[in-house]
Unconditional design. Structure first.
Length: 391
């Protein structure tokens, strides 16, 4: 069995391999004892990374119930964990459909042979990589800031344990578990987000490749003295257009599958993100400046949560835009030189592209930059309410 899963998109490659190594998104190619042990392997990592955290933080939340300040100190990461669990369950349940979407997109990108097409694929890779680097940087600053900001004898994060965590070696072991688990949780959470946004980016890339094919529909095709495609070359143009139509339909189907697989996943994340951004901002407002590392970590966490929502909205917005641009690409080809049946086929593509591909959050809201602004506004509204309650 291969150690790495190959993929033409770099960020998708990283996401797939991280999720595979912890047993959360594994292709169905195991046999015998390995197949039987896989559920136990996945369950172990689930409990180590997030299961224990949810239990001990829920216990702490019950103990401090009624104290707004302490509740917010516990709940900001608890809500992150709950969203993470929802996303993991969704990916594992829809594993076959997700892997099929990934394989289809990877096959298309790898089969591109045109110089312009390769440049489009490279540009898409660079864009997703830049977004990942920024998101990853905020994540690294946050998790290592939490681990380093704990005062002597204290744990990095609030939690309730059924034993005395102030005594050795319980303190050291608990500290180690919290630090390692939150680091793994952070990177796997990034992987789940990148999985969805990279799939959307691959769809965008495929739309750009289709637009290139339409613009160059009559490339290297001679035009006769009547400014029309010569009769002997009509079949070549017809075949190229037929492939474009099939490619367009395939991309739209892939976008629809992404929407079906991850719409609930995105809704859960957005709902939790509104609460997390609000609670984190409230926690920051109450933070003293005695611990600058903690302050930096919390501020980085706030930016990271906003970046998380932005990634979904950014890719959703530009997916719709690239989808609608197909009509313009069809118009830019030398349609006037094509016979009437081919012109009609181009009109069909142009009409179909007016129904743009979209991603939604549970079918309630279309992912767009306007949606991102709405989420930030909602979080700020809850933040002001929390401040008034405390006062």
């Amino acid at each position: 069995m291969k150690i790495f899963i190959n993929n033409a998109n770099g960020t998708l490659w990283l996401s797939l391999n991280l999720l595979r190594w912890v047993g959360f998104l594994v292709p169905d190619n195991f046999e015998g004892r390995k197949k039987k042990l896989l559920p136990f392997y996945s369950f172990f990592w689930f409990m180590f990374i997030v299961g224990i955290y949810v239990i001990v933080q829920t216990g702490d939340l019950i103990q401090v119930w009624g104290d707004i300040t302490l509740m917010t100190g516990t709940s900001f990461l608890l809500f992150t964990n709950m969203a993470f669990i929802t996303k993991i369950i969704n990916v594992m349940v829809r594993r076959d459909a997700v892997l099929a979407i990934i394989d289809e997109g990877d096959e298309v990108l790898r089969s591109e042979r045109r110089i312009e097409g390769k440049a489009i694929v490279k540009s898409s890779n660079q864009e997703t990589s830049r977004l990942l680097y920024l998101y990853g940087l905020l994540t690294v600053v946050t998790v290592f800031g939490w681990a380093a900001s704990a005062e002597k004898g204290s744990l990095p994060l609030r939690a309730w344990y059924p034993y005395d965590t102030s005594k050795s070696p319980a303190y050291e072991l608990t500290y180690l578990h919290q630090s390692v688990a939150v680091i793994l949780l952070a990177f796997l959470n990034v992987s789940l987000d990148v999985l969805v946004t990279s799939l959307a980016a691959v769809c965008r890339c495929r739309f750009q490749l289709l637009a290139l094919s339409l613009r160059t529909l009559c490339h290297d095709i001679p035009i006769d003295e009547k400014h029309l495609v010569s009769p002997e070359h009509k079949q070549i143009v017809h075949e190229r257009l037929r492939l474009c139509i099939l490619q367009h339909q395939s991309i739209l189907e892939s976008a629809a599958k992404i929407k079906t697989c991850f719409s609930g996943h995105i809704l859960a994340q957005f709902t939790v993100s509104i609460v997390i951004i609000c609670v984190t901002a409230y926690t920051l407002a109450l933070e003293t400046h005695d611990n600058p590392i903690r302050l930096i970590a919390m501020f980085s966490y706030l930016l990271g949560m906003m970046m998380q929502v932005f990634l979904y909205c950014y890719q959703g917005d530009y997916l719709s835009e690239e989808s609608s641009d197909i009509a313009d690409a069809a118009y830019e080809c030398p349609w006037y030189a094509c016979p009437i049946p081919l012109r009609r086929s181009l009109l069909v593509i142009m009409a179909r592209s007016r129904r743009v591909a979209i991603l939604t959050a549970g079918g309630f809201s279309t992912l767009s930059l306007a949606c991102f602004v709405s989420i930030i506004k909602a979080s700020y509204s809850f933040f002001t309410v929390l401040q008034q309650v405390e006062e």
